[in-house]
Design a protein. Structure first.
Length: 277
């Protein structure tokens, strides 16, 4: 049941409010506020040690915030007990990592079914459908050692998505792949997220990958900064803003109104992910 304290808009799947993670005097995550609607892709970039993985662990119910609140699908995570958090991890979140974490003596379909064991039920037909969705239906009974790196990553994606999670967290999903295969993997993640109206959040060092997402943020020393939307990136790097319009004949200039939703704004004109001051 959604928490009565939630005030997020109906289409907002994930909301962070002034979230910090503090270890002694170290602020690994420092006062982060963020909103991610359903069906949107957000990329998070930053150097090693900037707090990216810590923030991802908080969102993924694998760690807790020292301060602030996290609302996921209308539920405030800080108010949930261990059993409820486990249920969220099982049914709401799908995790994809740089390392595939496949069990070498299990076939592709059996590796996907591992995710089902945590639900106290297995469904080979459902697992086969998940493999079909990632283009590996004909490789279902192959061992990981018989598959390429890209194919192994697709198995890991099928395993993460077999329960059709509402939030997909991908930590360097292309880090172990060549650029061509990595691009295909991101095509797949984007397609699956769109089909299921899921939020996709990726951690990546590859700005070309990040530039494909709806919004790009950078963590620097635990502080979140919005770098821009896909329209602000060409060739994987931020672009200079366009020059101001020329003055009209009366010297007053030309006015231009952006519709709500432009440059990643929400329906109320705010950024999807915003830093509250």
């Amino acid at each position: 049941m959604p928490s009565s304290s939630s005030s997020a808009a109906p289409d907002v799947l994930l909301q962070l409010r002034h979230v910090s993670k503090i270890y002694g005097e170290l602020h690994a995550v420092d006062d982060v506020s963020l909103e991610v609607p359903r069906g949107q892709w957000l990329s998070l970039v930053g150097s090693s040690g900037s707090g990216k993985t810590t923030l991802m662990n908080i969102i993924g119910c694998m760690d807790t915030a020292t301060r602030g609140s996290v609302l996921l699908d209308g539920r405030e995570l800080g108010r949930l007990n261990a059993a409820q958090l486990t249920e969220i991890r099982k049914n709401v979140i799908g995790l994809v990592f740089q390392q595939f974490h496949l069990i070498p003596h299990l076939t592709a379909v059996e590796n996907v079914m591992v995710a089902q064991y945590y639900h106290s039920m297995t469904d080979e037909k459902e697992a086969l459908e998940a493999l079909g969705d990632v283009g590996l239906g004909e490789r279902a009974h192959h061992l990981p050692s018989q598959l390429s790196g890209g194919e192994q990553q697709r198995i890991a994606i099928a395993r993460a998505l077999v329960r059709k999670p509402k939030t997909i967290l991908a930590d360097e999903p292309t880090g172990a792949l060549d650029p061509h295969t990595g691009g295909a993997v991101m095509d797949l993640l984007e397609s699956v997220a769109e089909e299921n109206d899921a939020a996709l959040i990726t951690i990546t060092h590859d700005m070309a990958i990040a530039a494909r997402s709806h919004t790009v943020f950078e963590l620097f020393d635990g502080v979140l900064h919005r770098l821009g939307s896909a329209a602000d990136f060409v060739g994987g790097s931020p672009q200079e803003p366009p020059p101001p319009p020329d003055d009209g004949p009366d010297g007053a200039g030309t006015s231009r109104t952006e519709a709500p939703g432009a440059r990643g704004d929400g329906a109320d004109g705010r950024d999807w992910a915003e830093e509250e001051q």
